[in-house]
Design a protein around this ligand. Sequence first.
Ligand code: A3P
Length: 290
Amino acid sequence: FYRFPLRLVHGVPLMKPIADDWQKVESFQARPDDLLIATYPKAGTTWMQEIVDLVVNEGDLEKVKRAPTHIRFPFLEICSPPPIPSGIDILEETPSPRIIKTHLAYKLVPKSFWDQNCKVIYIARNAKDNAVSYYYFDLMNKTQPDPGPWEKYVDTFLKGDVGWGSWFDHVIDWWKAKDKHRILYMFYEDMKEDPKREIRKVMDFLGKNLSENILEKIYQHTSFQAMKDNPMANYTSFPSSILDHSCSPFMRKGEVGDWVNHFSETQNEVFDAKYKRRMEGTDLNFRYSI
Ligand code: A3P
């Protein structure tokens, strides 16, 4: 399959088909009851989607098994040639309330979402685990730029020279935005530490007061193993010409701290130095182990 090059859109590198169709994304019309699930790629998007779907459907497993994840949650900015469907074309046909997935940087989100005062759930993941997960994803996703060797990838990631741009800009800009809009800012590490506590936050945000039984059901259905085994959640139904699970499964490890198995001492020092510079002055803190 064709690995798309990156093109800058307002300074953010996006895959060429998205950049080519940018007008269409920018002028997207949100509806007031749209819910946006926003993440930097590989921060736990799919996990949150499953949780939200079950919360909205009050734990009814039959409803969430109706279609694979990429059909249930249209991907706002994906406007690619077949076989990838255009997110916006699907969304225009989707009845309300819609649950929409995006990886867009805050400044690129279509203005209509803010005009309509839409709710957003943002999930952030620590930079090192996020980089490792993105590396494996770039290996297996044949539309993304080739990640090259891991030794060089860390630098590429730090520079933000990857699809959807800099991790730093992404997590920091969304963090600042949470004070201006209806944004629930979540952390992958918190979700791993205490999934039920974090599912409750989602329930509260969505105004759903569900029983302990339902909470238990949601917790079970959205565990890493359950999702890895679930063909509606694990992306195995996606065209294999695009996602090649033989390179790396989509549901890869699902852990906090896998970065220690990948970063060399030097890479870690370089990373930490840049990290310190970029995160200075924010009160946004990440955990690198739990
Ligand atoms: P790893 O590559 O570290 O395993 P996204 O959905 O944003 O693309 O993120 C994918 C990452 O989230 C992968 O990380 C994947 O394994 C992890 N993930 C997906 N479902 C999960 C779950 N239920 N529990 C923990 N991690 C999960």
